[in-house]
Design a protein around this ligand. Structure first.
Ligand code: 13P
Length: 340
């Protein structure tokens, strides 16, 4: 392990008001989103769509990294260059999703999962490194319920996240450690705080146990937020304040970057929350975004699988990148959305 390399990569991914584009949807997830918009679920359409994203105007100013799925890491854009080349040319670090998805946890509470993919991971990581990936991602998922997440779900997922992170670092690949506490449910923001803190504490204990160097990871957490079906949902300032309070209680200052997932928030909500957190800075870590849906949804809808819409969709993707880049500096305002 070369800690200087890991530190430099983590800083390139999350520093200077730049965030990470999550475009690593598995075929299943990508197909679901395409089908909802009537887009054919073919490799050619995925290539066209993802080419539109990585060639959006100005994204090199706002993205420090982009997370790819296996197919895309190996693929060429419609322009003939590889995705890795197109990203590197814009100063965007290419990364790879390496987990094999969240699977039912035996004897868990309803809907609880454990993320799989450790078998053969060292060999896959070595190949991904050769293909140009300099960071990786592994997502663990936790549901909030009266008895959830269970201790079994919390400890099993923490252990897997930590083993994955250690294998990444052994290969000089920065692990994005992603414990996602789902927004789905009627829970209050206080309940979300308590469960999120519990999950994050377990993750950092497991990382220590596996000898992971915190200076060479990026944490990708969910925000502390009211359930999507809760009544009287907390406002922007409360989400920002409680998320920061939680992270300050669990995340050592040696971690270089925290890049949030959007987790089903609307585009503008996700931007506003990130902005409020950065306005309250400085913080011990870079505080930025690694959104999937909140960066892509509007662009995918505008594209709708049609070549003639690609330029418009690309502009929309570039706009969301710029808005979140501003929020990563605490310089976003709602007026900037309307001006676009
Ligand atoms: P969302 O921002 O859509 O939650 O996706 C982020 C991600 O990478 C999930 O693993």
């Amino acid at each position: 392990m070369n800690l200087d390399t890991l530190k430099a990569t983590a800083e390139a991914m999350t520093g200077k008001g730049r965030g990470i584009l999550a475009m690593d949807e598995s075929h299943g997830t990508c197909n679901k989103r395409f089908e909802a918009l009537g887009i054919p679920t073919t490799p050619e359409m995925r290539r066209e769509y993802r080419t539109m994203l990585v060639t959006a105007p100005g994204i090199g100013n706002h993205f420090g990294g982009a997370i790819l799925f296996d197919e895309t890491l190996r693929d060429k854009t419609t322009g003939g260059k590889t995705f890795v080349e197109v990203l590197n040319a814009q100063g965007i670090v290419p990364g790879i999703k390496v987990d094999a998805g969240a699977k039912d946890l035996a004897f868990g509470e309803e809907g609880e999962t454990v993320t799989e993919g450790l078998d053969g991971l060292r060999e896959r990581m070595q190949e991904y490194g050769k293909l140009g990936a300099r960071f990786a991602k592994w997502r663990a998922v936790y549901r909030i319920g009266e008895y959830m997440p269970t201790q079994a779900a919390v400890s099993t997922n923490a252990h897997a996240l930590a083993r994955y992170a250690a294998i990444c670092q052994e290969n000089n690949i920065v692990p994005i450690v992603e414990p996602e506490v789902l927004i789905n449910g009627t829970h209050s923001i206080e309940q979300c705080y308590e469960k999120t803190q519990y999950v994050q504490q377990a993750v950092f204990a497991a990382l220590a146990e596996q000898g992971v160097a915190l200076e060479g990871i990026v944490l990708k957490p969910s925000m502390v937020i009211s359930g999507d079906k809760a009544t009287g949902r907390a406002g922007v300032e409360q989400v920002a304040a409680m998320t920061l309070r939680c992270l300050l209680s669990t995340v050592p200052s040696s971690v270089p970057g925290i890049a949030f997932l959007s987790g089903g928030q609307s585009d503008e909500e996700a931007t506003a929350h990130l902005n409020a957190m950065n306005k309250a800075g400085p913080h011990p870590w870079n505080v930025t975004f690694s959104y999937g849906r909140a960066l892509q949804h509007a662009a995918m809808t505008a594209w709708a699988g049609k070549k003639e819409n690609a330029e418009k969709a690309s502009n929309i993707a570039g706009h969301r990148a710029a808005m979140n880049g501003a929020a990563a500096r605490g310089k976003w305002s709602a007026a900037m959305e309307k001006a676009a």
